[in-house]
Design a binder for this molecule. Structure first.
Ligand SMILES: [Zn+2]
Ligand SMILES: [Zn+2]
Length: 251
């Protein structure tokens, strides 16, 4: 824990207040969520997209989500924990924009439990990198905090220096699938100094949110080019499964 995190932990002890609504809770809870928030979160259920892992409604009549029915992906399979709604958004906003890095440790626990429920093996965990300048502004990379928690629990390396982000990209809110894809071209590279062997490795890429998958696809492409045997992607939250015309309004 860094000095700032220790201070924050003292001011906002992570185990005593619900990370979503702030009500007091029993400190032994793994996710630091109260009963009411646990119930109101849109947790992943039985039905998910066979490719990207997006949460599907029970009465949706296909095995693939709307965008996976139209476009392919560069990763092998995706997994997610919750669908992005008001409560989930609130937690992510606190985590990413209000300096509450301790929330990442709770989300890391959720991500870990999510993958333990699947029969998937991986050799390395790679957080989606932020641009250096943005990381310096925020003080932490939200994907990396979660990835480190997972790596510690799973006892596999967290290769946080493996990928580098060459360009800071603008927020992609309002962009369609193709525009997002184009926006993410040549953004990521495998670090020349990276000391991990990628060839033949099964990689778990970790990020906070999955919308169309363009960021995760871009990372997966460079990892596959460097010889990764498989790339799985794991996010805390996914966007709703909505028809393509509505994608632009979403998130
Ligand atoms: Zn709560
Ligand atoms: Zn899908």
């Amino acid at each position: 824990m860094g000095f700032l995190e220790i201070l924050l932990e003292a001011v906002y002890p992570s185990g005593i207040y619900c990370i979503s609504c702030g009500s007091m809770i029993d400190s032994s809870r793994d996710y630091a969520l109260c009963d009411s928030c646990m119930e109101r979160f849109h947790w992943v259920g039985a039905k998910t997209c066979d490719v990207c892992g997006k949460i599907l409604a029970d009465d949706y009549g296909h095995r693939l989500c709307w965008d996976c029915r139209q476009f392919g992906h560069d990763f092998d399979k995706g997994y997610t924990c919750v669908q992005y709604g008001l409560l989930e958004r609130g937690v992510l906003m606190d985590y990413k924009y209000r300096g509450k890095s301790y929330i990442g440790r709770k989300l890391g626990q959720i991500l870990y439990d999510r993958m333990e429920a699947e029969d998937v093996e991986y050799d390395l965990i790679v957080p989606v990198p932020m641009h250096e300048r943005r990381r310096a502004d925020r003080g932490y990379n939200q994907a990396e905090v979660m990835a480190r928690v997972m790596a510690g629990k799973k006892n596999v390396p967290c290769a946080q220096g493996m990928l580098i982000r060459k360009k800071a990209t603008e927020a992609m809110k309002g962009l369609g699938f193709v525009e997002r894809y184009e926006n993410m071209q040549n953004v990521f590279a495998v670090s020349p100094e990276n000391h991990y062997t990628i060839a033949g490795k099964r990689i778990l890429l970790v990020d906070d949110i999955y919308t169309t998958g363009s960021t995760l696809d871009a990372c997966s492409r460079v990892l596959k080019e460097a010889g990764a045997a498989a790339v799985y992607v794991l996010t805390f939250a996914c966007g709703a499964n909505v028809p393509p015309a509505e994608m632009r309004q979403h998130l």
